[in-house]
Design a protein around this ligand. Structure first.
Ligand code: SDX
Length: 431
């Protein structure tokens, strides 16, 4: 393939370099497009636009491939833990025994919240949305850890403690927001517990009655978090990079990521899927009729948990979660009619030409909620679980920008379509 791409505008041919990635992806480098032609590109939703070159995660949407630092998601789901996968994503290689032990020690050291941060929960109303609380608390962390404000490029020690603080405290904050919402006392982390068991303890223990995490529940939580750990330049990760590109600190950038993830088209979809399944079950809705409604342009109904900007064949994470759903529910002796409805919905949709022609398949959100519900995680916390899982990916993407001496602030252009030049009209002359 050619090293350059040619663009013909009027009678002039312009050439631009072609960039080829390690998996043979080809991109046209248009850094000099406007200087050379006076034109910019326009790409609503950035469906065809690469915002960066990254070595963290690779997705092949046609083949249903997802790899973190080259390792297939299927192998990590089977063999790894969330903490080990987080290290891989952030630092680029599987940790040695020593590196993993040291990282775990960091996570334990940073699991508590400063009492000033903990007291902030007294001000949130019980009805406060946990994603609003999570975003606020992550940003507020920089008030208590000012060293995160200025991490020098070569200062790996400060970055490592900031990353460990964020990855560890996000659990404590999430569990505390849940406890606040149900009027129970906040449970402090237990240093002897693993990452997932500690989270489950903080969520479900009450004073004088400690929740003993079922190992199968902790294992299911590991799987959920591993599958959500990164996903190249999705909406929330791109938000973290956009905010980080201005020099904003790690906590502020990831707090912005939480806000982007909250939307129902993105991380909020796992809540929307559960609500959709509960509605279908409660109202005994005919699935075929519901599918028809989700296809109608004028109905604002979509089949939540279906479709993806990148995956046009299948979402490998959905396949893993679909298989796990059966196993986890059997292990936990949970019979959930919503799983049968989800399966039936998928079966009906995948026989419908509307979905087949548009290459719409179940995505990561379609089955994840059923597993989380079986684990006892409340629906209101589903998107928070997604945020906990995605934290390593956000941290790694922030680091990739922060470590790049040539990184520039993100500042897209636009095509203006508003009023052309007109004069100011004094109030007494306005209609
Ligand atoms: C995540 O980017 C990532 O990697 C995200 C994520 C990650 O790990 O970070 O994978 C996590 O966000 C998964 C997606 C969760 N969202 C949902 O499940 C919400 C439902 N899905 C859709 O809203 C939609 O499929 C998106 C948002 C996921 C993708 O939207 P696109 O790429 O902008 O696609 P589109 O809206 O242009 O749809 C193309 C066509 C349209 O029909 P036509 O105009 O061609 O007639 O497909 C239709 C859409 O109406 N369509 C759907 C549909 N999804 C797309 N129709 C019914 N139900 C759906 N779910």
């Amino acid at each position: 393939m050619s090293e350059t791409a040619k663009l013909q505008i009027d009678d002039k041919t312009h050439e631009f370099p072609v960039v080829v990635g390690s998996e043979n992806e080809h991109a046209i480098d248009i850094a000099k497009l406007r200087a050379q032609t006076g034109y910019i590109t326009l790409d609503d939703g950035y469906g065809n636009t690469g915002s960066c070159q990254s070595s963290i995660t690779y997705i092949d949407g046609e083949k249903g491939i997802l790899r973190y630092r080259g390792i297939p998601i299927e192998q990590l789901a089977e063999h790894s833990t969330f903490v080990e996968t987080a290290w891989l994503i952030i630092w680029g290689h599987l940790p040695t025994k020593q590196e993993l032990a040291s990282f775990r020690a960091q996570l334990v050291r940073h699991e508590m919240l400063h009492e000033g941060l903990r007291q902030m929960f007294d001000g949130f109303p019980a009805s406060g949305h946990p994603m609003a609380i999570l975003s606020a608390m992550i940003n507020a962390m920089s008030c208590y850890h000012p060293d995160v404000m200025k991490i020098e490029m070569d200062d790996q020690a400060t970055f490592e403690s900031a990353a460990a603080r964020l990855l560890s405290k996000v659990r404590t904050i999430a569990a505390a927001s849940y406890k606040t919402s149900i009027g129970q006392p906040i449970m402090y982390p237990r240093p002897e517990k693993s990452y997932c068991e500690n989270f489950l303890h903080m969520m479900f223990s009450i004073p004088n009655q400690r929740y003993a995490a079922d190992p199968d529940v902790a294992q299911a939580l590991n799987l959920i978090l591993i599958l959500h750990a990164d996903h190249e330049q999705n909406c929330s990760t791109s938000t973290v990079r956009m905010v980080g590109s201005s020099g904003a600190n790690l906590f502020a950038s990831c707090s912005a990521g939480v806000c982007a993830l909250w939307g129902p088209l993105h991380g909020g979809a796992n809540v929307a899927v559960l609500e959709q399944l509960e509605y279908l079950h409660r109202e005994k809705v005919d699935l075929k009729a519901f599918i028809e409604e989700s296809k109608a342009k004028d109905s604002n109904k979509r089949l939540m948990g279906f479709g993806h900007r990148v995956y046009k064949n299948f979402d490998p994470r959905a396949n893993i979660l679909k298989a796990a759903a059966d196993k986890v529910l059997k292990l936990l002796k949970v019979k959930d009619p919503l799983l049968d409805i989800a399966r039936h919905l998928e079966e009906v949709a995948l026989k419908d030409s509307y979905f087949v022609e548009r290459k719409l398949y179940p995505n990561v959100d379609f089955y994840s909620g059923i597993i989380m519900r079986a684990m006892g995680i409340p629906v209101s916390m589903f998107t928070v679980m997604f945020a906990i899982g995605r934290m390593p990916g956000w941290i790694a993407n922030w680091k990739e920008i922060h470590d790049d001496p040539n990184s520039r602030i993100s500042r897209p252009r636009q095509v203006y379509t508003g009023p052309t030049k007109r004069d100011y009209v004094p109030m007494d002359q306005r209609g």
